[in-house]
Ligand binder design. Structure first.
Ligand code: HEC
Ligand code: HEC
Ligand code: HEC
Ligand code: HEC
Ligand code: HEC
Length: 217
């Protein structure tokens, strides 16, 4: 009787570890892989709308990408360059203007719920109220990409070599909500370093090293 129970436990244990091993190997990646990660954000900010439809340049907001390690997340005053005036979607504003015209009155300012959240973060009652220099607090955006601390990655070197944002972040200009497009695994980095060194980037020769010390201090 006891032997049977022990055998069953052993068998279950064996099957379980085989399963973990098999799935881990077929997926070919670390268990903490975050590919496809797309957390909900405090404001439904859309890259498809801003970078795609409106065609705003990536580096208009991610100004630090060509200067340093981090591309950076824009502070709210960058948004307010436009959202002092754009308080809601174009369609909704057009409707209000048409309605006001029919009722012979001045159009009301319509503030959409998502932009209300932006003004609330800044502590503004009226979107046209000016923000004091440096007083702008930031929206608590949820970080999407995250390399472990023992990896050194630098945007500047890649942008300088002519690697496009999309090569690593995918078709951002069509993403309604930001998501991690690539695995960010070591194999992904090293493969590209090998290919880039062999084939060059946009016809220019580069030397992207595969020395351990380049990526691990
Ligand atoms: C109008 C400003 C603006 C523009 C233009 C813009 N972004 Fe962003 N970007 C943001 C904001 C705000 C966030 C943080 C919220 C989010 O993740 O959606 C962000 C987040 C990101 C992230 C994820 C950061 C993380 O948390 O890991 C990436 C990658 C990114 N942007 C790439 C791009 C690329 C590539 C382009 C151009 C195709 C671009 N962005 C254009 C404002 C902008
Ligand atoms: C060679 C691949 C690569 C390229 C090219 C690249 N990124 Fe990144 N990006 C990454 C990686 C990897 C991370 C995560 C970095 C970390 O966790 O330290 C990241 C993180 C980010 C973040 C989060 C904040 C930060 O800086 O850590 C933003 C925003 C971002 N990238 C925007 C951009 C934009 C905009 C461009 C183009 C101008 C760009 N990236 C080009 C690989 C790339
Ligand atoms: C260059 C100008 C510009 C910048 C900078 C900009 N936006 Fe916008 N944004 C617009 C325009 C224009 C619209 C309206 C587009 C439409 O729906 O017709 C809009 C729409 C929006 C909407 C949707 C509003 C609704 O009612 O549907 C949100 C949310 C938003 N923006 C957030 C942000 C945030 C957050 C930032 C800063 C990271 C930002 N925007 C930076 C121009 C800008
Ligand atoms: C799409 C191709 C591509 C990917 C993906 C990529 N790299 Fe690179 N990397 C390059 C190129 C090209 C260079 C520049 C080589 C040159 O300047 O000659 C480079 C340079 C570097 C450098 C050298 C920086 C310096 O200061 O000289 C480091 C470090 C680096 N990459 C780390 C990483 C890490 C970590 C990852 C993965 C998270 C990664 N790279 C992913 C193409 C890539
Ligand atoms: C081009 C950049 C790059 C190079 C070169 C590189 N690594 Fe990595 N390495 C990474 C990244 C990125 C990760 C994190 C992967 C992840 O989080 O999935 C990593 C993770 C690791 C880990 C942890 C893996 C784990 O299972 O948790 C070890 C160990 C490691 N690297 C050793 C090395 C050694 C040894 C070399 C030289 C033969 C090397 N790396 C060269 C980018 C690199």
């Amino acid at each position: 009787m006891h032997r049977t129970i022990v055998n069953v436990i052993l068998l279950v244990g064996l099957l379980f570890s085989l399963l973990v091993l098999a799935s881990g190997m077929s997926a070919w990646r670390l268990p903490d892989n975050q590919q496809g990660y797309s957390p909900e954000q405090p404001i439904a900010y859309s890259h498809r709308l801003h970078a795609g439809e409106l065609g705003i340049d990536c580096q208009f907001c991610h100004t630090a990408a060509s200067h340093g390690r981090h591309a950076g997340i824009p502070s709210s005053d960058v948004c307010m360059k436009c959202h002092k005036f754009v308080t809601s979607s174009f369609d909704v504003l057009q409707e209000e203007i048409a309605l006001a015209d029919k009722e012979k009155r001045k159009p009301k300012t319509i503030v959409s719920d998502e932009l209300r959240k932006l003004y609330d973060t800044l502590g503004l009652n009226d979107p046209q109220q000016l923000i004091e220099e440096g007083a702008a607090s930031s929206v608590p955006w949820v970080r999407v990409h995250n390399l472990p601390d023992y990896v050194s990655f630098d945007h500047r070197a890649h942008i300088a070599a002519g690697v496009t944002c999309q090569k690593c972040h995918g078709p951002v200009e069509s993403m309604e909500r930001m998501r991690q497009y690539e695995s960010l695994s070591m194999g992904w980095c090293v493969n590209c370093h090998r290919e880039a060194t062999a084939d060059g980037v946009n016809g220019r020769a580069v030397h992207a090293s595969t020395d351990c010390a380049v990526c691990h201090y």
